[in-house]
Write a protein that binds this ligand. Structure first.
Ligand SMILES: *[C@@H]1O[C@H](CO)[C@@H](O)[C@H](O)[C@H]1NC(C)=O
Ligand SMILES: *[C@@H]1O[C@H](CO)[C@@H](O)[C@H](O)[C@H]1NC(C)=O
Ligand SMILES: *[C@@H]1O[C@H](CO)[C@@H](O)[C@H](O)[C@H]1NC(C)=O
Length: 435
């Protein structure tokens, strides 16, 4: 057990000395000095594939292990334990931060880690970790499990080699690339401080409710004295290797319509819940629910639709679930603005037939995308960015394409994964430079 557990008050701490001397500094590093990956040329491939970073084997092996362990939300325990062992074995201090179990009732936890060995840290000047920059991603994945596979083996691997399987993109590619980037920066350094400034955070439950990131965020507010605020947090999610300027907000709602049942030959004697729902939804879909230059239109997905009992009965009840992607801010209130617009439409169609209940939701989320040498993008999916309270600079970046991420074709290439390692290294140095 670790006595002074900084971020994880009730955690079981795993501490082990290891490669403490890997903990090296920033001083000699500058973004311009690392814009080319460390590499040796390989013969007999085309130009872009002819660059083999020195970390390729360890990166691919880490990525393979992570993807091979099934970790559908609620079942993150095994991959979390594997990751703790891996990080400790590489000289990190790693802790478990327990998070309430999901539907399956299984114990699960976030992984919080720092470069370097805690014993050395405690004996040295830094009595406790005060990270300036946090790198985070999630270790849960969506169902169903798809086994790991790689299109080439052994010496045949090039930057074009394709890797597939559940989580190969979302977000175990980010997890593997983040760890490799930090490792590579530590190896490249010559004195000792970069490790003290960084923290790794791999959370559970991102794909369902964000309980992992919320638990971490809450643990910070309970600390006494409060920790030094983070300067920047880098969130790893599939952004095609581009720096995201932000993402849409989200709002999930249930709409119920109640009518009066009756014989379908005499519709005027009843009140059709289905008809009310169809009329209301058509208006919701056509309405301007809020638009911004950065994110475009707010969009509505009618994701579940049920109502009525038989073709010859006027339906008494209709029920719908909608998912709204919110294009307007602010993060705190943007979703409420959209909710009120929808409520007004429902009231206008029938002021007593509908009940309308929404999740808390949030408006559009802005991130910092003003970093030299990065292409930029905006994305329409939700992330853990809004689940971490604080005024830190937020970066959202990672390898792979969201359009395949939750589907059967989830895959990326070795080259894409390696580019992300270089991207994370640049972002880390940029964030530390501005800390
Ligand atoms: C955004 O919504 C407006 C109507 O509110 C519509 O005219 C426009 O085509 C929509 N834009 C996109 C990209 O769908
Ligand atoms: C963020 O900054 C605002 C205004 O500067 C302040 O009111 C708020 O308490 C800060 N939040 C945190 C979590 O530090
Ligand atoms: C692999 O992912 C890309 C997107 O990055 C997609 O276009 C392609 O269809 C996928 N390939 C397979 C074989 O699943």
């Amino acid at each position: 057990m670790r006595a002074q557990s900084l971020f994880v008050p009730a955690a079981l701490a795993l501490v082990q000395s290891g490669l403490a001397d890997r903990q090296r500094p920033l001083a000699s590093l500058h973004p311009s000095t690392i814009s080319q990956p460390p590499h040796h040329a390989v013969v007999g491939d085309d130009a872009s594939a002819a660059i083999t970073p020195t970390y390729r084997d360890s990166l691919l092996s880490l990525h393979k292990s992570l993807v091979s362990i099934e970790s559908i939300t609620g079942n993150e325990n095994e991959v979390g334990r594997w990751l703790i062992d891996y990080l400790v074995g590489r000289g990190y201090t790693a802790e478990l931060q327990f998070v309430a179990p999901g539907d399956g009732g299984k114990e699960r936890f976030n992984v919080v880690a720092w470069p370097g060995d805690e014993t050395r840290r405690r004996n040295g000047k830094a009595a406790r970790a005060e990270p300036k920059v946090v790198l985070t991603s999630h270790i849960d994945v969506v169902p169903p499990h798809i086994p790991y596979s790689i299109s080439d083996h052994g010496d045949d691997i090039t930057s074009h080699t394709m890797i597939s399987g559940r989580g190969s993109v979302d977000a175990k590619a980010s997890v593997a690339a983040i760890i490799t980037a930090v490792d590579d920066l530590l190896l490249a350094g010559t004195d000792a401080s970069i490790g003290d400034d960084l923290m790794l955070l791999f959370v559970v439950d991102e794909e369902v409710a964000g309980a992992g990131m919320r638990a971490f965020s809450d643990s910070l507010t309970r600390m006494d004295p409060p920790p030094r605020p983070f300067s920047a947090v880098i969130f790893g999610e599939p952004t095609e290797g581009k720096l995201a300027c932000g993402h849409k907000g989200a709002l999930f709602c249930d709409i119920t319509a109640r009518g009066v049942p009756g014989h379908s030959g005499y519709p005027w004697l009843g009140k059709s819940a289905n008809e009310l729902m169809v009329r209301a939804l058509a208006r919701v879909l056509d309405a301007d629910l809020g638009t911004s230059d950065l994110f475009g239109n707010t969009t509505v997905n009618v994701g579940l639709f049920e109502g009525g009992v038989a073709g010859n009965v006027i339906p008494e009840k209709a029920f719908v679930k909608i998912g709204v992607r919110v294009a307007i801010g602010p993060q705190k209130d943007g979703a409420r603005v959209v909710e009120k617009k929808i409520q007004r439409i429902l009231d206008d169609v029938d002021d007593e037939a509908f009940t309308f209940e929404c999740s808390q939701g949030y408006g559009s989320v802005e991130c910092n995308c003003d970093v030299p040498d990065f292409d930029t993008i905006t994305v329409n999916y939700g992330t853990d960015v809004p689940n971490l309270a604080g005024n830190h600079t937020r970066y959202l970046y990672g390898p792979g394409d969201i359009l395949v991420a939750h589907g059967a074709r989830e895959n990326l290439t070795v080259g894409v994964l390696e580019q992300a390692v270089e991207g994370y290294k640049k972002l880390i140095l940029h964030a530390l430079d501005h800390a």
